[in-house]
Design a protein around this ligand. Sequence first.
Ligand SMILES: CC(C)(COP(=O)(O)OP(=O)(O)OC[C@H]1O[C@@H](n2cnc3c(N)ncnc32)[C@H](O)[C@@H]1OP(=O)(O)O)[C@@H](O)C(=O)NCCC(=O)NCCS
Length: 182
Amino acid sequence: MTAPSSPHLRPQEVQARNGRRYILRTIKASDAPSLIRGYEALSPQDRWFRMLHAMPEMSEASALAFCTPDLESDFCLVLEGQDELTSEILGGARITGDASGKNCEFSVSLRPEVRRLGLAQAALRMALQAAADAGYERVYGAIARDNRAMINLAVLLGFNIRNNPDDPTLVIAERSLSTPVD
Ligand SMILES: CC(C)(COP(=O)(O)OP(=O)(O)OC[C@H]1O[C@@H](n2cnc3c(N)ncnc32)[C@H](O)[C@@H]1OP(=O)(O)O)[C@@H](O)C(=O)NCCC(=O)NCCS
């Protein structure tokens, strides 16, 4: 995988629906304390939606591991905050490669204060383009069946949604990366 060389992983500005421009960049180790605060800012249901298992808080070790992805196969794009959230990361999108080297899994999360501005969509779109640049052929993710926001976002970005045969509480979103992510 050559994800770190993708132009889609270079720092760039994205425009939110409120007209503001936010920096989107790859995550770094020094983001770990902000990641912990961002996780605390999520509601219990959001935490469940994000992790799909009970995890009431994020430990320092987990946060550091999250902020230092294995760049051979994984990467994570985060948005930088402004105003009262200056020096915080707002959330973003992550790609994790699987052992096949052909498939990868996505995840996405955003702080509640900056939702419905198109920011998750922008971060995930850029992450999918970087995943395609890295040579991944297919991207997938498990989504809680009642997570309407994430299912709508996935459909918007061209994912097909199907039942998870192993767990009726989840659906699987998947799409090929050989067609352009518009
Ligand atoms: C899902 C999540 C990332 C969406 O973030 P967001 O920045 O608010 O999403 P966007 O503003 O980019 O919205 C893009 C599209 O997603 C859908 N969407 C987002 N929030 C929605 C909501 N509350 N209800 C219905 N659809 C919603 C819409 O189709 C929206 O497009 P529109 O605004 O033009 O209608 C955010 O709600 C979140 O972090 N949830 C908790 C964690 C989580 O569920 N992660 C997913 C695990 S894989």
